[in-house]
Design a protein around this ligand. Structure first.
Ligand code: ASP
Length: 290
């Protein structure tokens, strides 16, 4: 049993509060695994806690798009069944990962905008009030300062998790508010199966970073494929170098069904950690790939 979670690759050092929350989410996810729950349930629970916290660029802390709207994306995949679900541009609800979980068992794989809202409403997901005056003021200041493009390159704090359960099944999930500055309707890697997340019989991968380049590499699937030939560390490193080669930055967490794993990022930091029988480790970052 193993669960790994991250709070986004980035240039900024994560706060103590964020690391504490990450630990709490790992604890909750690991408890599910210990009690015999599935990797999928553990991943959803861990991400749900991070979305609720408002401390990350996901759920109630998600970035605003340039029209002042908070449109949330998430995706989820289970290894053994290859079941997958994703949601794009969800507004007015706090936990897009729960919406992705519902979609996974629907006839569809991805729902956007109004379709996503209908599903969230029908399943009684928790509401998220529209951005308040302070949120909009912050956005206005950011645009005015022109700091936008720089921040776009450096700061990500999407959340994600991967897990391996008692039965040897794996799962991966990710949830985001996008990047720090984006046109309305922009979609990154997070809700794209194969880019932001991927899971199959033996591997589970969840990514963070600049979605535009992650999509071009199909990073999660790329790492999963590389893991057929080499261990997680080497596989992760090789794939992250491809993102660097395109001028992007990224981070990832990946594990295999034997319990081997990697936590790696091209940025200076990536709040992340793991929980297994031996205990929980949470850090500001793990392996930096250059
Ligand atoms: N990957 C996310 C996106 O491009 C951003 C992040 O990782 O924080 O939407």
């Amino acid at each position: 049993m193993l669960i790994i979670a991250h709070g986004g690759a980035g240039a900024k050092r994560p706060t103590k509060k964020a690391l504490k929350k990450l630990e709490e989410s790992l604890q909750a996810g690991f408890k599910i695994l210990k009690d015999g729950g599935s990797a999928l349930k553990a991943v959803v629970e861990a991400i749900d806690i991070l979305e609720d916290s408002g401390l990350f660029n996901a759920g109630s802390g998600g970035n605003l798009q340039l029209d002042g709207k908070r449109r949330l994306d998430a995706s989820l995949m289970e290894g053994r069944t290859l079941k997958a679900g994703a949601v794009i541009g969800l507004q007015g609800f706090r936990n897009p990962i729960r919406a992705a979980e519902v979609i996974m068992d629907s006839p569809h794989r991805i729902l956007t905008n109004e379709g996503a809202r209908v599903i969230a409403r029908a399943h009684g997901l928790k509401r998220l009030p529209p951005p308040d005056h302070a949120d909009l003021e912050r956005l206005r200041r950011k645009i005015k300062k022109g700091a936008a493009l720089d921040a776009y390159k450096k700061y990500f704090s999407t959340v994600g998790a991967v897990a391996l359960d008692k039965g040897g099944n794996v799962a991966a999930g990710s949830s985001t508010g996008g990047v720090s500055t984006m046109l309305p309707g922009r979609v990154g890697d997070t809700p794209i199966i194969g880019a932001g997340v991927y899971a199959d019989l033996n591997t589970a991968v969840s990514c963070t970073g600049k979605g535009e380049e992650i999509i071009r590499v199909a990073l999660a699937k790329e790492v999963s494929m590389n893991m057929k030939r080499k261990g997680p560390e080497a596989a992760g490193e090789e794939s992250l170098k491809k993102v660097l080669g395109l001028g992007g930055d990224a981070g990832l967490i990946a594990l295999d069904s034997a319990g081997r794993f990697t936590i790696a990022h091209t940025t200076g930091a990536m709040a992340s950690g793991y929980a297994r029988e031996g205990g929980i480790i949470v850090r500001q970052g793990f392996r930096v790939i250059k």
